[in-house]
Unconditional design. Structure first.
Length: 387
């Protein structure tokens, strides 16, 4: 019932329209929307900087052509960034947010703005470098953070040195040297901070991945039988409940097969428990190969196994069991006893309407008992509840 409520569309046309608009602009999935949001945020920041540049040109702080050139380059670049991210072209890249290209473009724009601003107001550009560095702290790898900071210093150092040599009147060497010294005093600590934060973020991400992998291994160990590698009884009980719920909700029929290895105690008594363990493992391997990926195989206890076969009739279940029986006849169980083969008896029961799943399991168990009593090495299909 809760799933149905979760997927029910809103009846408010305004909310539905807004949802469609968000998907249209930002993308169909959460990851794409997050990346597109970063691109659009950076584009807004560029729009604000370009607007400030136009105002600075009006009051004479920057050369007239500079804002137009900045805008003419920012629009196509960020249109390209947006299209690549929005339509998933960067999804498989190591940098799906295109942060390195964005920051490279930002530094080029900052270096150009530095050359266009008047002699006494040029130091304002250094603040923008700090903004670029801070923005990359939480997206870059440590080496990328260092590369960005060093690139910023090199670009501005080149601008300061070359321009003060070519045009010492507009770029006074004494002021350029002062700004260069200020840059050397501020950017290296910022680069170090960016490196440390990026390294810390990477370690935290690695720890989260390791924690997830550990939890998965723990869950796997908790749901698997240590000897055979099949699902254990507890997990199979959960699978039975889930299968019953799917049947009640979607009408997905399923068949249960309860299997017992024939004369297993004799194998243990005559050949030892090691050979008995090999017999269990061989049966488990053969069962996994003989059944479909959608089928569930588990060790129910001792030498008993349970199969849950979705969308399978008892007749089709018998075909699968015949396939398993043939495989076991050609399967070598133990190098210690080359002639040893494993046979099994099985009870088959299909789950029926309005019947608790434990009743279906009981029918399969009774059918298994009948197969044992009839001479073993055979499969019996359980009668329905009304018989």
């Amino acid at each position: 019932m809760s799933d149905a409520l979760t997927h029910t569309p809103s009846h408010d046309p305004i909310i539905d329209s807004m949802g469609r608009l968000v998907k249209l602009i930002f993308g169909p999935d959460r990851a794409t929307r997050a990346r597109t949001g970063v691109i659009l945020l950076c584009a807004v920041m560029y729009a604000i900087c370009c607007s400030a540049a136009f105002y600075a040109a009006e009051v004479g702080l920057i050369r007239d052509f500079a804002p137009k050139l900045l805008l003419a380059t920012a629009i196509p670049c960020y249109t390209l960034f947006y299209v690549l991210v929005r339509f998933g072209k960067t999804r498989t890249m190591r940098d799906p947010n295109l942060m390195l290209p964005q920051q490279g473009f930002s530094l080029l724009c900052i270096a150009f703005a530095y050359t266009a601003i008047g002699p006494y107001d040029r130091g304002l550009v250094l603040v923008l470098i700090a903004l670029v560095m801070v923005f990359g702290m939480y997206t870059h790898h440590p080496r990328q953070a260092v590369f960005t900071g060093v690139l910023a210093m090199v670009l501005l150092a080149i601008c300061m040195g070359v321009l003060s040599h070519l045009d010492p009147l507009y770029y006074p060497p004494t002021l350029e040297l002062l700004r260069f010294e200020l840059m050397l005093g501020t950017l290296p600590p910022l680069i170090l901070a960016a490196y440390q934060i990026s390294a810390w973020r990477n370690r935290l991400a690695q720890q989260r991945r390791e924690l997830r992998e550990t939890l998965q291994r723990v869950q796997e160990l908790a749901s698997r039988d240590a000897l055979t590698g099949l699902y254990n009884r507890r997990h199979m009980q959960d699978k039975l409940v889930n299968s019953m719920k799917r049947y009640e909700r979607y009408g997905e029929r399923f068949t249960l097969v309860l299997i017992d290895l024939d004369h297993f105690k004799r194998i243990n008594d005559q050949h030892g428990h090691r050979v008995g363990d090999e017999a269990l493992m061989s049966f488990a391997s053969a069962a996994m190969l003989a059944l479909r990926e959608s089928d569930t195989v588990g060790r129910w206890g001792g030498e008993e196994f349970l199969f849950i076969l979705p969308n399978t009739s008892p007749t089709k279940a018998l075909v699968a069991l015949d396939r398993l029986r043939t495989a076991l006849q050609h399967c070598s169980i133990s190098a210690k006893v080359p002639s040893l083969r494993v046979a099994f008896s099985a009870g088959v029961a299909q789950h029926e309407v309005a019947v608790p799943v434990h009743r279906t399991l009981e029918r399969a168990d009774r059918a298994l008992y009948e197969a044992k009593r009839a001479g073993r090495d055979r499969c019996i299909v359980a009668l329905g509840e009304d018989r």
